[in-house]
Design a protein around this ligand. Structure first.
Ligand code: 3HC
Length: 695
């Protein structure tokens, strides 16, 4: 158990006291750390030999914020505010010495110091918004006093980490000291302050920028308007904005009161609970019980990708972005050239937006080699197949790879639904075969599903996960089943959406409910975007579903200007009378009397069907833990992070309610619909779904 004495110590460097926090992994402000700082600051103030105080941290970073595991629980020991007051009111200068990241309560602690110095690689930020919160220790009142309203709004609502040189420019830092010499630099700075008899600067007293913004509500209104889409559904951005308004319009202490009240609203709400859960879920998803972190991986120096289409090209960019050479194989010269030129265009567009230099574009393109021969993949350490979704084609590719690629390499398939075990039967080394399921566009979407076959080796899994991490993805491990975690749940939702279509709900009615719930779009808008003709074949089309009829009419989605919706030249969607008539004809044919389906039923049938499928995925041990399923749906399909993902959402609704509703809707949910026994059991026992872990 950490005690104040074990996490904080003080030593004297002449007349300068150096308080050192050492509380791995990130020096978060636990009760012990807060008490440790408080006690030592008091001690330094009382010690006549001390003339100034430096506060710094051991290990990888300065204080990374409040201890998130303690948030929302009853507080023990001195609060952060008391600790800050002790520093801010100290008659001796207190200097924060920053390395790593000063985040949240960490930066707020530094803002209560009289001065701040940092090494060049340090970063500062107030990322509370990402946890559905606002900085609750004066950050919303002190930050704008230094950087002004506009920058403060931007930083508080994005949670961005700002590099030290920019912080210096903005006045958040007073000095940058040489890398690796933080202690010496900070002590020298303290001596200079004393020698120059600089006044004790309290951020709370800096009013100039607040006065300048007073009486200008339009500053806030235009910020709200410009970011309305980004903030849709989230409570925390608006709460942060209101705090800055308070900073501008109220005296400091009243601003602090407003901040405390608004923080209280957020911390007790569901959104922040969901976002804090996701913070830990994002870190846990990498942990695989039987593939520990020290599992040997295949060192990947060269990657081969088969297929230079949208998928293959996007996947290739991930590796080129981190400096790994890629050989892209296509069957035909023109397809290869097209693939490479699309990649170039993507990079050039990024350069146009100022996020890459042309030199970097050329560097990345230089890492890509096109080829029409699988033989050129012989010396690759990782090969990812991204060809047409057809089992026979994939097996043939793998059989050939088996003869060509060096032993020890990882052979991955990007299939989104096919049986990885069956693909592995095509090779004499099934242990090398793993699924790496990217989401389109693969260079943008953060999710990577790593699929573990029955025979996949631990090294292959560890390598695929590590490559995910290296390329900035969030990787979740799935077992083999149709659609794996993500698409299997999507299919369960699609079945309900399609069923309701034939009961009387129009595509736009269903889409609206899911959009309002917080998803980027509903299932029909998503079909129109992806193309209705994925997996549709003209030759075998029998006008047997609404989708088939639409495809036969060449309404294949946005790309043809019409699908479930009609589109104008700017791709704005409008409800389509054509689709409505087709739907009504189908209903008549099926003998269905159209009925009014409430928004509540639409939402519950879609989302509870997802929850039910997720529970089945858990009981079949396809997913390691419920939170992995949430990570998949948040990062692969845009499930609103403030609802925590479908599994966490189920707990906020209450499992008993979910099960009761599924029983009620059951007869309409499809002939083969069944309720997950796990879900029923958890509901009966009053347990939580989001806490389920296998192994
Ligand atoms: N509280 C508790 N645990 C934390 C933590 C925190 N603030 N920050 C990180 N951790 C834990 C992680 O869960 C992880 O644990 P694990 O090893 O058991 O999985 C471990 O520390 C290391 O974290 P990362 O894997 O994220 O390490 P990185 O080096 O990649 O990143 C970091 C370090 C940039 C500091 C990152 O951890 C981070 O962004 N942390 C959260 C920062 C944050 O949100 N601070 C604000 C907190 S809220 C607040 O301060 C309220 C105040 O205003 C009152």
């Amino acid at each position: 158990m950490a005690t104040p004495e074990s996490v904080a110590s003080m030593s004297l460097d002449g007349e300068i006291a150096v308080i050192m926090i050492d509380s791995p992994p990130v020096n978060a402000l636990s009760q012990a750390v807060r008490t440790g700082i408080y006690d030592n600051v008091r001690k330094a103030i009382d010690d006549p030999a001390v003339k100034a105080v430096v506060l710094m941290c051991a290990g990888r970073t300065f204080i990374a914020g409040a201890d998130i595991t303690e948030l929302g629980k009853p507080r023990q020991g001195p609060g952060l505010t008391e600790t800050q007051d002790a520093m801010e009111n100290s008659p001796k200068p207190v200097i924060a010495a920053i390395h790593g990241t000063a985040l949240g309560g960490g930066l707020e602690t530094a803002l209560a110091c009289h001065y701040r110095v940092a090494v060049p690689s340090a970063k500062c930020g107030l990322p509370e918004v990402k946890l559905g919160l606002l900085p609750g220790a004066g950050g919303t009142q002190r930050l704008p006093r230094i950087v002004g309203v506009e920058k403060a709004l931007e930083l508080l609502t994005s949670g961005e980490h700002v590099p030290a040189p920019t912080c210096l420019e903005w006045g958040l830092l007073d000095e940058i000291v040489p890398e690796g010499q933080l202690r010496e630099g900070a002590v020298a700075f303290a001596r200079r302050i004393l020698a120059e008899k600089r006044p004790l600067k309290r951020v709370r007293d800096m009013d100039e920028k607040m006065i300048a913004a007073r009486g200008k509500p339009e500053l806030f209104e235009s910020f709200r308007k410009a970011n309305a889409r980004k903030f849709r559904g989230f409570l925390a951005p608006e709460h942060n904005i209101r705090c800055v308004e308070a900073a501008v319009n109220l005296p400091f202490d009243e601003g602090i009161e407003a901040e405390r009240r608004l923080f209280g609203e957020l911390i007790s709400g569901t959104q922040s609970a969901a976002q804090r859960y996701v913070f830990f879920a994002e870190r846990e998803v990498w942990k695989i019980p039987d593939v520990p972190a020290d599992t040997p991986v295949v060192p990947v120096k060269k990657v081969g990708i088969i297929g230079a289409g949208t998928m293959g090209g996007g996947i290739a960019m991930n590796f080129a972005n981190v400096g790994i050479p890629v050989t892209l194989v296509e069957a035909k010269q023109d397809a290869l050239e097209r693939g490479l030129s699309v990649i170039r265009k993507n990079y050039e567009n990024t350069a146009k937006r100022g996020r890459l230099t042309m030199e970097q574009v050329e560097q990345r393109m230089g890492l890509l080699t096109g080829s029409m021969a699988l033989e050129s993949l012989a010396d690759c350490d990782l090969v990812i197949e991204a060809v047409f979704e057809n089992m026979d084609v994939k097996k043939e590719v793998f059989a050939r790879l088996d003869r060509i690629v060096k032993q020890g390499a990882v052979l991955a398939t990007n299939t989104s639904a096919l049986d990885v075990n069956e693909i592995a039967t095509a090779v004499a080394r099934p242990d090398a075969v793993v699924g790496m399921h990217y989401f389109s566009p693969a260079n943008v979407m953060r999710l990577l599903e790593v699929v573990r076959g029955d025979k996949t080796s631990k090294a292959a899994i560890a390598t695929a996960m590590q490559m995910g991490k290296k390329t900035g993805k969030i990787a979740a491990l799935s077992g083999v089943c149709p659609g794996f975690i993500g698409n299997r749940i999507l299919a369960a939702r699609t079945r309900q959406a399609q069923a309701m279509l034939l009961e009387g709900a129009m595509p736009w009615d269903i889409d609206k409910v899911l959009y309002d719930f917080g998803l980027p779009m509903g299932p029909f808008a998503m079909s129109d975007l992806a193309g209705l003709d994925i997996g549709w074949f003209k030759e075998t089309s029998k006008s047997s579903t609404v989708r088939e009829v639409l495809c036969e009419m060449d309404r294949r989605g946005q790309k043809t200007g019409a699908g479930y919706y009609d589109y104008d030249e700017k791709r704005n969607a409008k409800p389509s009378p054509v689709t409505e008539k087709i739907v009504r004809d189908f209903m008549a044919k099926a003998g269905n009397q159209p009925r009014t389906i409430t928004e509540q039923e639409i939402l519950e049938r879609c989302v509870y069907a997802m929850i039910n499928e997720g529970a089945k995925i858990l009981e079949e041990k396809i997913a390691i833990r419920a939170s992995d399923i949430d990570i998949v749906w948040i990062n692969g399909y845009g499930f609103p992070v403030y609802r925590g993902g479908p599994m966490f959402y189920a707990d906020t609704v209450g499992l008993k309610t979910v099960v009761e509703k599924l029983r009620e809707y059951g007869p309409r949910m499809g002939a083969d619909f069944t309720i997950s026994p796990l879900l029923e059991r958890l509901a009966a026992e009053g347990k939580r779904l989001s806490e389920v872990k296998n192994g």
